[in-house]
Design a protein around this ligand. Structure first.
Ligand code: RM4
Ligand code: MN
Ligand code: MN
Length: 406
């Protein structure tokens, strides 16, 4: 049955001018980083529900993350947050993850939970607090070096709640000073990925509120600084794929934090609310990978795909598997866009023809393709089902309740 479905799929794609073998190779090369905090207990401002079996420390978070890689084959790296994932000896952590067959991905400095940061971290008017925040950034560069990580992913909660509360221009200047110092500490193959968010926890103004501010900061710092797009950090109706195309065109898109939003930074499972948006993001990236400008191609190929989600009510490992599969599915669909057909329609100024060439790929059933790819990769064709049947969920129940939060 599966073979027949695949044969039909192959025939159908051939007729559409798609090279299925090339599509399969690209699907096998896709890497999606999962976040250590996505395996921990998390909540909203109102409640954190404690779940049975949640990892009690960073080492156990890594064990759970290794399961996601085991069943999907595309999640070999795990992002960590410091100090949520602070350990005494990072080389011990490195050894632990390598024994599990995975690696440490992006390092995320946490500059929002210390009491000192209430009125800002690198933007605080108190120089001693700014110093402390900058030292934390430098410490994260050092951790990256120890664990062999190349990306430092930065999100700042910095902002104000009231008009007049602080000097907005001075704060940007202080942030730049601090990031400049950190930039100077990077190895030549390291990147600084700068995230933005339009509100929360500050509600009046956020120091890096949108892609333009993050872009400007990255430009001022240099080529090793790029922008990170968190899909949850935009106002309603924002055209994220436009931002993606623009930033790639400027060689400044470094990575993604995938999640879904409905109203705000909801951190729901990626692809659960608006899978078409994710598909259109991948369309822009794949279009850039086919660009004649080598720097555009390199930028698009260098994008780090990471998940940044908060699993409050759902089971953690299955939620992560679902998320990774949703990303894989939309990527697979985007790979079925016949880019030449789109370009031809653009040249003819055929508006509906161009839109049809993009949309028709999304309407394809990629299940036979994904089954074939997973089979060739030696992972279960249905990762979630296989995970559930493995008994790992029951095994970790022995950890009990009250695991790590974040
Ligand atoms: C922020 C942002 C950061 C994440 C924190 C926990 O909203 O998305 O990337 O590290 O949440
Ligand atoms: Mn994020
Ligand atoms: Mn967020």
């Amino acid at each position: 049955m599966q073979d027949r479905a695949y044969a039909l799929f192959e025939e159908q794609q051939k007729a559409r001018g798609i090279d299925v073998e090339a599509v399969k190779a690209k699907l096998k090369a896709l890497k999606v980083e999962t976040p250590s905090w996505g395996y921990a207990d998390q909540g909203t401002r109102f409640k954190t529900f404690q779940k049975v079996g949640v990892p009690r420390n960073t080492f156990e978070k890594m064990e759970d993350a290794a399961q996601v890689h085991k069943y999907t084959g595309i999640c070999p790296a795990v992002a960590i947050h410091i100090p949520w994932d602070k350990v005494d000896d990072y080389s011990v952590l490195k050894r632990h993850v390598s024994d599990l067959g995975i690696t440490i991905g992006a390092i995320n400095p946490n500059l929002f939970q210390d009491d000192d940061y209430m009125l800002g971290s690198v933007t605080n008017s108190n120089a001693a607090v700014r110093r402390k925040a900058t030292d934390h950034l430098l410490e994260c560069v050092e951790i990256a070096r120890t664990v062999g990580s190349k990306d430092i992913s930065m999100w700042f909660a910095d902002g104000t709640n009231y008009p007049g509360q602080a000097d907005i221009r001075k704060r940007v200047h202080w942030m730049h000073e601090s990031l400049k110092e950190m930039y100077g500490a990077l190895d030549s193959d390291m990147r600084m990925l700068i995230e933005y968010k339009f509100f929360e926890p500050a509600f009046y103004h956020t120091d890096l509120a949108d892609w333009g501010m993050a872009f400007n900061m990255a430009n001022k710092l240099g080529p090793q600084a790029q922008v990170l797009v968190d899909t949850g950090h935009h106002a309603q109706g924002t055209n994220i794929e436009h931002i993606v195309a623009y930033l790639i065109g400027e060689y400044k898109l470094g990575g993604f934090h995938f999640n879904s939003r409905k109203y705000a930074d909801d951190d729901l499972i990626v692809g659960s609310v608006n899978p078409y948006e994710l598909f259109l993001i991948f369309y822009q990236i794949l279009d850039a990978i086919a660009d004649s400008d080598a720097k555009v191609r390199q930028t698009a190929e260098g994008i780090a795909y990471m998940i940044d989600q908060s699993h409050n009510i759902e089971e953690k490992i299955p939620a992560m598997l679902r998320s990774v599969m949703n990303v894989q599915t939309q990527y697979a669909k985007a790979l079925l866009i016949n880019l030449d057909e789109v370009k031809d329609a653009q040249e003819r100024q055929d508006v509906l023809g161009a839109e049809e060439a993009v949309r028709s790929a999304h309407e394809m059933d990629v299940t036979p393709l994904l089954y074939a790819v997973r089979e060739e990769m030696g992972v279960p064709v249905e990762p979630l089902k296989a995970y559930r049947a493995s008994g790992y969920g029951e095994k970790i129940a022995a950890r009990g309740k009250g695991g790590a939060s974040w």
